[in-house]
Design a binder for this molecule. Structure first.
Ligand code: GLN
Length: 535
């Protein structure tokens, strides 16, 4: 087993997750089985309780782990399917160390960061190596070199390198090489200092990935090489991508990134076959058609809050030869100006997941507009609950119907908690998480799109469609297109008379892949195209 550690310096948001994922793509295309994972030094046990303002999207895995959104990049850029083993946080490390201490496992020793915390971190890597099937593990360390929380992780990596042998371990450091306008040049000093910090701990990076706005020329590479103590050929640039993040593996390949990695680890592998990837990127960059889709949410100004949804739309667009331009709409604007003002010239309306009451009425208005004006509608999790509320109110005439999450006193809780959930008070404890099976209704659009009677999809929600209203809604024209295997939970609703009105309680966006777009997303984009052609 070979191990690669990717650290970051100078600033966050360097795209080191993307770089790690792209390296995964390149190595996989050379024939390796790649495992990608992330170690996050913050003290939260997982990002599940963090606000999207803090953290962007919470990415959900098959086993229900709520993880950092970089794991989304990892699963989209490679064929690996990750588990809760692949996102370790300081919170988990300390929780486990303290549990062991209370149990007396340390036999009276003073419990310390070195060795107890660092052992815990190293053990996780060994566990992944033992339990997952792979040739190489790429571990990205969250945060920036110099962060206090990050130190135990870096120390653990240093020890790990000594223990498994440096021929099996590679350190890659991503840094910012800023352009200083007044001087008209790129500056290497922050990189030098960041690498000096790493070397202080005993880690010598073998590859430096320079994130820059402009060409990092030969002279700069020589300088970084000298000050940071590595060959010039191992200083590579990672420039802003012109069109799409999926260009990253191709750009890094031009820099011979994967070749340098293989050489450093003594891996003799064939060149990667990137033809399929290139054709996917081409389809994103040069589509024949374009549609405009509204995403109506409350975190719309945040770049990362709906990451997987935007990616899934890109995949579905590529497969439909169509650019999907996303119109990000804050639901409060719909309340302020009316739905028609914002939605009348769009080709699809997507309502993503979300928690809490804010912004609900604007979303209900958007769903009503989509239903009444035959605009394709796609609801994800909260988006299905919204569609249910709208249908109950405006088609079934159930006045003030709502979810008990938003209005505990509603006369018609068409979305509610299940009886068995009501006594759970730990946040997260009552959540339905991870992959669950859905049985699809024969003749439904979903069944047709999936081309199957059964699917497994990932969930992250607390509230459910209230079965007490099922019959009434079905009589009014709602189709229950998917349920849990025992039939008690509604997983998908549809309006059969509508050009495309599909909403799921699960999150299909987590399973969309570049060359395997999610069937429901693909169907939604196709319906958007038809809507655009009619207009
Ligand atoms: N707030 C809703 C629930 O808990 C929807 C959650 C979501 O969209 N992820 O059920």
């Amino acid at each position: 087993m070979k191990y690669i550690f990717v650290t970051g310096g100078v600033v966050s948001s360097l795209g080191k997750g993307l770089a790690a994922a792209s390296l995964g793509t390149l190595l996989e295309k050379r024939g390796l089985k790649v495992i990608l994972q992330k170690f996050d030094p913050y003290l939260n046990v997982d990002p599940g309780t963090m606000s999207p303002f803090q953290h962007g999207e919470v990415y959900v895995l098959d086993d229900g782990a709520e993880t950092d959104l970089d794991l989304g990049h990892y699963e989209r850029f490679t064929n690996c399917t990750l588990s809760k083993l692949n996102n370790l946080t300081s919170g988990q490390v300390y929780e486990s160390v303290i549990r062991k201490e209370r149990r007396g496992d340390y036999l009276g020793a003073t419990v310390q960061v070195i060795p107890h915390v660092t052992d815990e971190i190293k053990n996780r890597i060994h566990k992944v190596a033992r339990e997952m099937d792979g040739d190489i593990i790429i571990t990205e360390i969250g945060g920036t070199t110099g962060d206090i929380e990050g130190l135990p992780f870096l120390e653990a990596m240093r020890q790990f390198n000594d223990e498994v042998g440096s021929e099996n371990v590679l350190f890659i450091h991503a840094t910012l090489v800023p352009f200083i306008r007044a001087a008209g040049e790129l500056k290497t000093k922050p990189t030098q200092q960041s690498v000096a910090k790493l070397r202080e701990i005993g880690i010598q990076p073998q590859i430096i990935l320079c994130r820059a706005e402009q060409e990092v020329d030969d002279e700069l590479r020589s300088k970084i090489s000298m000050f940071c103590n590595l060959p010039k050929s191992n200083v590579i640039q990672f420039l802003d991508l012109e069109h799409t993040i999926y260009e990253a593996p191709l750009e890094l390949r031009k820099e011979r990134f994967d070749q340098i990695v293989c050489d450093a680890l003594g891996l003799d592998l064939p060149d990667p076959d990137l033809s399929e990837w290139k054709s996917f990127v081409n389809r994103i960059i040069h589509p024949s058609n374009e549609i405009r889709i509204a995403v109506v949410g409350k975190y719309i100004e945040l770049q990362d809050a709906y990451k997987s949804i935007y990616e899934a739309l890109t995949h579905a667009g590529a497969s439909n030869d169509c650019r999907v331009s996303i119109v990000r709409l804050d639901s409060k604007e719909i309340v302020a100006d009316g739905a028609a003002a914002h939605l009348s010239d769009l080709h699809g309306i997507l309502i993503p997941g979300g928690f809490g009451e804010r912004g609900i009425e604007g979303k209900v208005a958007a769903a009503q507009y989509a239903r009444e004006n035959n605009i394709p509608y796609f609801g994800l999790c909260l988006g299905m609950q919204i569609a249910t509320i709208e249908f109950a109110r405006n088609v079934c005439g159930l006045e003030n119907a709502n979810s008990s999450e938003f209005d505990p006193d509603t006369p018609h809780p068409v979305i509610c908690l299940l009886e068995e959930q009501k006594d759970v008070d730990e946040k997260g404890g009552s959540m339905r998480l991870g992959t669950w099976e859905t049985l699809l209704t024969k003749g439904s659009r979903s069944q047709e799109l999936y081309g199957s009677d059964k699917v497994n999809e990932r969930h992250r929600h607390r509230y459910e469609f209230n079965q007490d209203y099922r019959q009434q809604m079905e009589e009014a024209g709602l189709l229950i297109a998917g349920t849990s295997p025992d039939g008690t939970l509604t997983e998908i609703i549809e309006l059969p008379e509508h050009p495309f009105f599909v909403a799921s309680q699960f999150h299909p966006e987590f399973r969309s892949r570049p060359n395997k777009p999610h069937p429901l997303f693909a169907g939604f984009v196709k319906a958007g195209l038809e809507c655009a052609k009619k207009a």
